[in-house]
Design a protein around this ligand. Sequence first.
Ligand code: ADE
Ligand code: ZN
Length: 344
Amino acid sequence: MEAFIRDLPKTELHIHIEGSLEPELIFEIAQRNGVTLSFCSVEEVRKAYQFTDLQSFLDLYYGGMSVLRHEPDFYDMTWAYLEKAHAQNVRHAEIFVDPQAHTDRRVSFETVIKGIHRALQDAQLKFNMSSKLIMCFMRHLSADAAMKTLERALPFKDWIIGVGLDSSERGHSPEKFTAVFDKARQEGFLTVAHAGEEGPPEYIWQALQLLKVSRIDHGVSCVEDSQLVEKLKIDKIPLTVCPLSNVKLCVFNTMNDHNIKQMLDLGLCVTVNSDDPAYFGGYLTENFLAIQEAFNLSHNDIYQLAKNAFQATFLTQKEKQNLLAELDDFMAKSITPDGRQSRA
Ligand code: ADE
Ligand code: ZN
């Protein structure tokens, strides 16, 4: 099962690129930029990664990314993620960036986007790995600040497929961002939003009805509202679930308490993702392994999760078909018709 999961062609739809910044790289970039950190060693940083909720994580996350100053810093961070993802046979990634976390530190929008974009282009050339970039508005900041960020993004429309909504969920409803999401859609951006991670099902309704999102990021609180579950099923709205993240941030006490299997059994379009892998103890393979072990998932369950993700991408139909064919090829080679793993 471990080899099956590792080698399975995968797609990742919920990864904050700043959340892939490993402590070793934080130290390396801090040193070359002359930034003094409040931690003395990589070990000390890792020890501090004990979170009680989303906010306790975000405080460290925004601190960690503050070493990023120049275009090569954004390139190196992105490239480090892409190399790891490639080693796990991630064939396509849709990557979040938080531009406001950088522009508010006087790093230009252009510096951020150019560094990331160059690494994404290199991954296409070197690994034949495709990608899309989604910029998130930080919901603890104002709707006006989000609108200014959207205006900064207009010259980079070709490099940014969509907009999202992240950061502290409690007390920051999607409704506050209705106008900026309207404008983003008019400008041709697709939309997604974090909703129902720590927040109520009502925030998922708002993301669907007011922000008109194509996918919900997390969405685990949807099971509290049966009408919402029906709506998500009928409209086949993908949910980008992040199991290790949810346990690390105490949304669920243990992996056995996670509701991903319940959501799958309800017929929801569930996908598996890593969120902030450098902080939560694993990339995509480790997330699949953790849920497989907790719920004794079959090869077919894993296949369904991977297939949902390929179908939920922002790729063209043709591109989706090609990747789905690769996935089916892999299945045909790995699994016998009665669902057992072949020896080959
Ligand atoms: N930014 C980075 N990770 C996040 C998460 N899990 N929820 C909300 N905002 C985030
Ligand atoms: Zn997230």
